[in-house]
Design a protein around this ligand. Structure first.
Ligand code: MG
Length: 389
């Protein structure tokens, strides 16, 4: 008889840092009693102290799989979906049926409209852990199970410049250049002197050949995005990310067609259906799937759909404990069109020791490892920051 899933556990991991994500709070941004604050420029809620959800699945034979999903906002909601609803439908399953399990869980809530958000985050965490088990049982790294390796190394770009002034942000970007990186992305909500000045000064500081991307955080209108694209064009942006509110697919198509810039989106997607809407509309040039939202199964479906349309893939990487990042790198190795991957210095700095030493990088590129499964497990340091929910 095949090995079966015996138990699913959910943990919250404390990833608190001195400095909030994207940098110091700006004037008028205050932390509420629940520990949240809102960035004035993009209207988005963030926790003052970051956290993540880690999922442990163990089989009857004692094989242990690790998954992770978003826990930054209302983590109890996602944890409860796993514990109260999904775990009962996964325990007793053959973990090697991982895609079939994913589709069965997806089907459970379709008629009620739960095809995104917290529900799909819960599926993503379970999916990553099941793929980890599948790799460990086969004795193979995840990328081999997904069709094999296209990349030994994956180029990465430094994400966010959490410093208080434009001069300091330029200096910080130059420090990464000195470490061998050739690409950076800045975030418009904390570009206090405006996007054009940010782009101009970074170009001046980093030189002609450095790649500089601009994340607009869904803040523009069609007209303002196209106008802004023309204003920053002399400073040669690498790509322009998330210019419009994500609901406006037709508007995004207009920006992609008329801005003259490479448009990148995808970090909020959960499934290939989200990707299909934008790709079929020719609204995107570069797709940015986020493993913490998609899990391995949907990440690969999104990636294959993008490849069938000859689009570039640059996976997103948010704050996390390192588990979904490891899964993202493994899956990226199995996608031909991955040309770069986001690099969270806040993760690979302070939380570097949360996983065993396989998230390696040098000279601006990640190294793809051969460790079975997703290739990481929580270290003792992470386990001390994990609380079971
Ligand atoms: Mg972004």
């Amino acid at each position: 008889m095949s090995d079966q899933v015996a138990a699913i556990e959910v943990y919250i991991v404390d990833l608190s840092q001195d400095r909030p994500y994207l940098g110091t709070l700006r004037e008028g941004e205050v932390v509420d009693p629940q520990g949240y604050f809102v960035r004035k420029q993009n209207g988005t809620v963030y926790p003052r102290s970051n956290r993540s959800l880690v999922i442990r699945i163990v089989t009857e034979d004692g094989v242990e799989g690790w998954g992770e999903t978003y826990g930054i906002v209302a983590p109890g909601a996602t944890a409860e979906i796993i514990k109260d609803l999904l775990a009962g439908f996964v325990v007793g399953s053959d973990p090697l049926d991982v895609q079939a399990i994913h589709d069965r869980l997806y089907d459970l809530m379709r008629v009620r409209g739960y095809n995104g958000g917290f529900y799909l985050d819960a599926l993503a965490g379970i999916d990553i852990a099941l793929w980890d088990i599948a790799g460990k049982k086969a004795g193979l790294p995840l990328h081999k199970l997904l069709g094999g390796r296209y990349h030994d190394k994956i180029h990465c770009y430094v994400s966010g410049l959490p410093r208080d002034t434009l001069a300091e942000r330029c200096e910080f970007a130059c420090e990464w250049k000195d470490k061998g990186f050739d690409a950076v992305k800045f975030a418009s909500p904390v570009a206090d002197d405006g996007v054009v000045a940010e782009m101009r000064e970074l170009r001046r500081a980093l030189g002609e050949d450095f790649k500089i991307a601009c994340d607009l955080h869904w803040t523009q209108t069609q007209a303002s995005a196209i106008e802004l694209a023309r204003e920053i064009a002399p400073y040669k942006p690498w790509f322009m990310e998330a210019p419009l509110p994500s609901e406006d697919v037709q508007g995004l198509q207009k920006v992609a067609e008329h801005s003259g810039q490479t448009v990148a989106v995808g970090e909020e997607w959960r499934t290939v259906f989200d990707a299909r809407l934008r790709i079929d509309a020719q609204a995107v040039h570069v797709i940015q799937p986020e493993m913490g939202h998609t899990g391995v199964t949907q990440f690969m479906r999104i990636g294959r759909y993008a490849e069938a349309h000859h689009l570039q893939i640059m996976p997103h990487a948010t704050i996390g404990a390192g588990i979904f990042l490891a899964a993202s790198l493994q899956a990226s190795a199995a996608l031909r069109n991955v040309v770069s991957h986001e690099f969270q210095h806040s993760l690979l700095g302070p939380f570097r020791h949360f996983t065993h030493d396989v998230l390696s990088y040098e000279n601006g590129a990640y190294t793809i490892t051969e460790t079975p499964g997703i290739g990481v497990e929580p270290s003792d340091a992470m386990k001390q920051k994990m609380t079971r929910l």
